[in-house]
Design a protein around this ligand. Structure first.
Ligand code: HEM
Length: 211
């Protein structure tokens, strides 16, 4: 039988392809973004991670099966806050409508199946794998060192072992088939939400009045 992590990888392959091919993601990989665009991207990610990590934190303390997941050291809110501080950008950004829509959708999913938050969490934890490459381009393009790129590359050379440990702990959870389905559905929804948010960030930049 497939593990939950096998299912997540296989059953969200198409969504990953869509998310990684958004113009904003392509520009990030190429290092073809301004500081302003990069900051706006981080600001929307902060809104998402605040919602996600608060919900996940509550979930892992309420379900004893999740007691060993040990997600807190992996949380990204402190990293994004540090990056935004470095750029002297505000720490309480206004969510774009797409960000609010996505978080509301996730809350609805989780009302029906609380473990759905794990599917959402998987998407962002997994995204650290590709993001560590994006960090290199951004450092070069924006002339940064580690400061300003803690979100994209929070773990440095520990990324591989930490990802493996996360996968092992996820696979060790005793899940019903219905819970597995809810986690996978939430992961698909999350990829689509991220793609929509990235497009909205790109649009907001394109239509912003020139300074
Ligand atoms: C241009 C942008 C992106 C690139 C180049 C990229 C690249 C990659 C690569 C190379 C991996 C495989 C890592 C490995 O197993 O060695 C990966 C995994 C992953 N990425 Fe992305 N990615 C991008 C955008 C995203 C976005 C926007 C998300 C979601 C927010 C995302 C979520 C994931 C997830 C969940 C995995 C883990 C897949 C698994 O279960 O093995 N990626 N990405």
């Amino acid at each position: 039988m497939s593990t939950i992590m096998d299912r997540l990888r296989e059953e969200t392959r198409e969504q990953h392809k869509h998310a990684e091919s958004r113009p904003l993601e392509i520009a990030l990989v190429r290092g073809a973004v301004s500081r302003k665009t990069y900051i706006r991207y981080l600001a929307q990610r902060l809104c998402v991670h605040r919602g996600l990590e608060a919900a996940v934190d509550q979930l892992v303390t309420s379900d004893p099966r999740l007691a060993d997941l040990d997600l807190r050291p992996l949380f990204q809110v402190p990293n994004i806050e540090a990056d935004l501080r470095f750029f002297e950008a505000g720490s309480d950004p206004e969510p774009l409508p797409e960000t609010t829509t996505f978080l509301n959708l996730m809350k609805t999913e989780a009302d029906a199946a609380p473990l759905a938050w794990l599917g959402c969490y998987y998407v962002f934890e997994g995204s650290k794998n590709g993001a560590s490459f994006i960090a290199r381009s951004i450092r070069k393009a924006l002339e940064l060192d580690r400061d300003g790129t803690h979100y994209l590359d929070p773990h440095g050379d520990q990324q591989r072992p930490l990802w493996q440990a996360f996968k092992d702990r996820m696979n060790a959870i005793d899940l019903t088939p219905a819970e597995q389905d809810a986690i996978v559905a939430a992961a698909r929804l999350t990829f689509d939400g991220v793609a929509a948010i990235d497009d909205a960030v790109a649009d907001a930049i394109a239509t912003a009045p020139a300074e």
